[in-house]
Structure formats: C-alpha cells, structure tokens
Design a protein around this ligand. Structure first.
Ligand SMILES: Nc1ncnc2c1ncn2[C@@H]1O[C@H](COP(=O)(O)OP(=O)(O)OP(=O)(O)O)[C@@H](O)[C@H]1O
Ligand SMILES: [Mg+2]
Length: 281
C-alpha cells in the first residue's frame, strides 16, 4: 500500500529526454543532452561521466546522489561552465553553456575563500566582480551571515574560522547576488549534524521563497529526500543515471517529515542502489 505513494521512474535517458522536450517552457531550467566527460591525463584517459540526458525544471529543487568518485563534482563543474564537456550540450535557461553564467551561484565542495579577504569581503566577492553597487548589497551580505550564524565574524580572516564556518560563508557568497540558479556541491559536508539540519531547513525556506532552481549534490540519502523535488541517483564511475525519483512529500517540510513512512521508504529504496557499492552516508 505504502509503495503506491512513492513514484519512481527508472530513466532511460532517451525516453526521459523525449518526455521533457514535449513540455512547454522547455527553455527554462537546465537541460543536458548527451553530456559526457573524459579527463585526458598523462596516464591516459579517465572516463568520468557517461552520456547524460536530463532536465531540471525552472524552480525545481533537484538533488544528485551517487558513490564517491562517480563524477558528481565533474557534473557540477560542467553545468557551471568551468569545464567543457567531452560530448553533448548543456543549456541553462535556453543558453548553451560555454563560460560561467552570471545568474548562477556556486558552492564548491571546499569553501575556497580568498585568504586575504575578510569574511564579509569574501561574501561580497561576486558583487565586486560584477561591479554591482557595493553599498546596496552590504546589508544583504550581513543578513546572510547572520542567517548562517556568522554574525560577529565579518572582520575575521578565513583561517580564523572552522571548516564548517568557512563553508557557511561560502554559501552566503553564492547567495549574495541573488542568482536564479544555485549549484551546490556537498555544501553541508563539513557541518555537524545539528547545524546541517538547520542549514537544510534554511536552504529549503530560501528556495521556496525565492523560487530558485537548485541543483544540490550530497552523499546523504536522507538529506537528498528531505530537500528534493526529485532525486537523481548516479551509478559508479563513469557515472550514468541509475534512476530518478519523485519525492511526493508536501511542502513546507519540517524535520518531522523524516518519520513519515513515505520518507523512510524512499530512503530505503534509494539506498538499495548502493548495497553493492558500499555505504553512502
Ligand atoms: N582534473 C581531473 N583530472 C583527471 N581526473 C579527474 C579530475 N577530476 C576528477 N577526476 C576523476 O574523475 C572521477 C570523478 O571525479 P569527481 O570529483 O567528479 O567525483 P565525485 O563524484 O564528486 O566524488 P566525491 O563524492 O568523492 O566528491 C574520479 O575518478 C576522479 O579521479
Ligand atoms: Mg565531489
């Protein structure tokens, strides 16, 4: 009975592509067609991603899970325009991605703060780079820092903060210019469990209020199900789409949803993909 409430579609890439290309407003969101990546190294080729076809809808919270080394960070770098794909094409809001897109905020797996800039000025980096009016965004930067519990640390240098605090600052940096699209690579990996839950709830609230399109990568299956409208499960390297699951849990969601049978059942179902590949979270 419960199984009927959880819908899943095991995606055959070509079929999924047909499905989405029939939809109106196809130009919005993020669309991948035949996107693969092979790193050319001195020791030979490293196939990292097999051809991927999927579409992230405008305003969707889309989460990718997959085993370590399957190509998740590579996928994010391709979509953000920092790396060229080996084959295929990526469209962000209908435009082919060739360079980093102005309307995208990125949170990398490492905080990557500039060591010579204080925390506030690290958060302000996209504003300075885009030459936006500084004064107008300063309050927003401070509000974001407050939101993630970093009030009072504005003048500190990155090395004076813990890894988790640096990562929270990098989340503020990705949000400060209010991008329509957020790409986040394990943004909460360095946080303790309680802060992580609080950040999950905050991120969900921000996404809901601003209708941003979010692509988030995580190792944690419960985190994926808690946050996502859809969860894409990747295979081992070279990564391919193993399945895409709809998350039929109503919003707004509170942490209590984790006790819901629909939640636990979906977590179990996704976990089964990894039984042969070792634990994910
Ligand atoms: N610059 C690079 N040159 C060569 N190979 C690379 C490079 N970056 C990544 N790879 C390889 O591509 C594969 C995918 O790496 P990637 O960082 O995308 O994995 P991941 O899924 O993000 O892993 P994790 O969950 O551990 O962060 C790995 O086997 C890695 O060794
Ligand atoms: Mg990674």
């Amino acid at each position: 009975m419960k199984a009927a409430t959880v819908t899943s579609e095991t995606v055959q890439p070509a079929a999924h592509l047909r499905l989405v290309s029939d939809r109106a407003g196809d130009a919005a969101g993020i669309k991948l067609s035949g996107v693969s990546k092979t790193y050319r190294t001195r020791d030979g080729d490293v196939p990292s991603l097999r051809p991927l076809d999927f579409h992230i809808n405008d305003g969707e919270f889309f989460v990718v899970v997959g085993p370590s080394g399957c190509g998740k960070s590579t996928l994010l770098k391709l979509i953000s325009g920092l790396l060229p794909p080996t084959t295929g094409e990526i469209l962000v809001e209908g435009e082919k991605v060739t360079t980093p897109h102005g309307n995208v905020g990125i949170v990398f797996q490492n905080a990557l703060l500039l060591p010579w800039r204080n925390i506030l000025n690290n958060v302000m980096l996209p504003i300075d780079m885009k030459r936006l009016p500084r004064q107008q965004y300063l309050d927003r930067a401070k509000q974001l820092l407050k939101l993630v519990g970093l009030e009072g640390f504005e003048k500190k240098l990155p090395w004076q903060l813990s890894g988790g605090m640096q990562q929270r600052a990098s989340i503020c940096r990705a949000l400060v210019h209010d991008p329509r699209i957020m790409l986040m690579d394990e943004p909460f990996g360095a946080l303790d469990a309680l802060t992580r839950e609080r950040m999950n709830v905050e991120l969900m609230r921000i996404q809901r209020e601003t209708r941003k399109t979010v692509l988030l990568i995580t190792h944690s299956i419960p985190e994926a199900v808690f946050l996502a409208d859809r969860v894409l499960v990747m295979t081992e390297r070279p990564g391919a789409v193993a399945a895409v699951y709809d998350v039929p849990l109503p919003r707004p969601r509170s942490l209590d949803v984790m006790a819901d049978p629909v939640f636990t059942e979906l977590v179990q179902r996704i976990r089964k993909h990894f039984f042969s590949q070792g634990a994910l979270d």
